[in-house]
Write a protein that binds this ligand. Structure first.
Ligand code: C5P
Length: 214
């Protein structure tokens, strides 16, 4: 596809596996605006014009996931061609990411000397380090951000990171950072919330209604 005036092949991985324990059921088959949660991410990537999309999880057309999120991403990596120059990884649990966000990520990762690009939003809450119920420290949040998905990477870098890093991580950028890759941060979207608990789905539903009124 055309990215920043260059022709680069770009593939997407949508991770939709895992137990959904905190949600209390089969999260990705729950519907948002009448569409299964996992389909939002799949459609987003298809609509933006990625060269291919692999969905990981127990959903129609999905491939089998792994125990940890990173194992599910690795399963996705194994299913996409080695030639993919850019790979986007997206949590199916974030159904409201926009096409504009994906395009900005693609442009950011197409820049020279960039191995990855992630969206982030400022923190709203005061953050404290605690030990049990005891507060140990109030953290200066001015330099902290909350990172979202999709995350975009140079394909080779993401594959190398997944081969080398075996410790538990919570996102793919952490792996690329750990092997010395440069990951750039772009503005995320406050509405790109993660559906973790059942109440988050109600929140996503109201954000969707708000969006459709605009
Ligand atoms: O568990 P967490 O909220 O971090 O999950 C983020 C995303 O990763 C979800 O979309 C979930 O379906 C996916 N996941 C996965 N395989 C796992 C665990 C989580 O695909 N083993």
């Amino acid at each position: 596809m055309e990215i920043a005036d260059r022709s680069l092949s770009a593939w997407g991985i949508v991770v939709a596996a895992g137990s959904g324990t905190r949600f209390g059921g089969d999260k990705h088959m729950a519907t948002l605006g009448g569409i299964s949660l996992w389909r939002w991410a799949d459609r987003l990537f298809t609509d933006v014009g990625l060269d291919g999309v692999v969905v990981v999880g127990d959903v129609p057309g999905g491939i089998q996931g792994g125990v940890r999120r990173q194992d599910s991403v690795a399963a996705g990596l194994a299913a996409i061609p080695d030639s993919a120059e850019i790979i986007l990884v997206h949590d199916a649990a974030r159904p409201l990411a926009s096409a504009g966000l994906v395009r900005r990520l693609l442009e950011a990762v197409a820049a020279d000397n960039v191995d990855g690009a992630v969206p982030a939003v400022p923190l709203r809450d005061t953050i404290k380090r605690v030990h049990g119920h005891r507060i140990e420290e109030t953290i200066d949040r001015s330099e902290l951000v909350a990172v979202q998905t999709p995350q975009a990477f140079r394909g080779k870098m993401l594959r190398t990171a997944h081969l080398q890093i075996t410790s538990d991580v919570t996102d793919d950028a952490a792996m690329v950072e750990a092997i010395g890759g440069s990951v750039t941060v772009i503005d995320g979207e406050p509405s790109n919330i993660k559906v973790t608990f059942a109440a988050d789905l109600a929140m996503a539903e109201s954000l969707l209604t708000e969006e459709s009124r605009r």
